[in-house]
Design a binder for this molecule. Structure first.
Ligand SMILES: CC(C)(COP(=O)(O)OP(=O)(O)OC[C@H]1O[C@@H](n2cnc3c(N)ncnc32)[C@H](O)[C@@H]1OP(=O)(O)O)[C@@H](O)C(=O)NCCC(=O)NCCS
Length: 159
């Protein structure tokens, strides 16, 4: 994958990236906790196992953007079989995306998503979904600028 900006390299994540990814993942969780209390983070949240599966499992993959040996962004995706009742056979979901604040607006998010989409297409997916918080205006703007549009509204009600 071609890196969009100067000394930033994009590549598949490896096991040795998991600590760096975990730090970004915590920032992603903390940001979402600000958007909505339903995204509140458990005090004992342990990302290690979930992240290890991201790089090991055949149906999932993760990418990092690295600037001068620092991981400044990551993206994760998965492909899965569609429900049997649908004509569609395989579909993909981008499950996480985070770019460090000081590395934003230089095309890294776009490049990470392009890498994930290429990977998903190679695995037979003709469509990719993403869940984006209704109260995340920059996330909403970002995905729409990449051609993503409303598909299903997930509504919730506090009980
Ligand atoms: C959303 C996010 C991943 C975007 O990453 P990025 O590297 O800054 O994105 P890019 O530079 O590739 O931006 C591509 C295009 O998206 C749009 N965009 C990105 N950020 C935007 C913002 N804050 N407001 C409006 N449009 C935005 C622009 O059209 C931009 O193109 P331009 O810079 O040429 O105008 C990053 O802001 C981020 O990590 N945010 C916090 C976590 C988050 O919300 N993740 C998504 C959860 S679903």
């Amino acid at each position: 994958v071609t890196a969009p900006a100067g000394r930033v390299a994009l590549r598949r994540a490896r096991g040795s990236d998991l600590d760096a990814i975990a730090a970004l993942w915590r920032s992603l969780l903390a940001l979402h906790a600000e958007f909505d209390p339903a995204f509140g983070v458990a005090s004992d949240a342990v990302p290690a196992r979930a992240l290890a599966e991201l790089v090991d499992d055949a149906g999932t993959a993760a990418w990092v953007a690295e600037a001068e040996a620092h991981v400044v962004g990551f993206c994760a995706a998965r492909v899965e079989d569609a429900p049997r009742a649908l004509a569609e056979s395989r579909r993909a979901e981008i499950t996480e995306l985070f770019v460090a604040a000081d590395a934003r607006r230089s095309g890294l998010g776009r490049a990470l998503v392009a890498a994930a989409c290429e990977w998903a297409r190679e695995r037979g997916a003709a469509r990719v979904e993403v869940r984006v918080a209704a109260r995340n205006p920059s996330g909403q703007a970002f995905w729409r600028s990449l051609g993503f549009g409303a598909f299903v509204d997930v509504l919730d009600r506090r009980l």
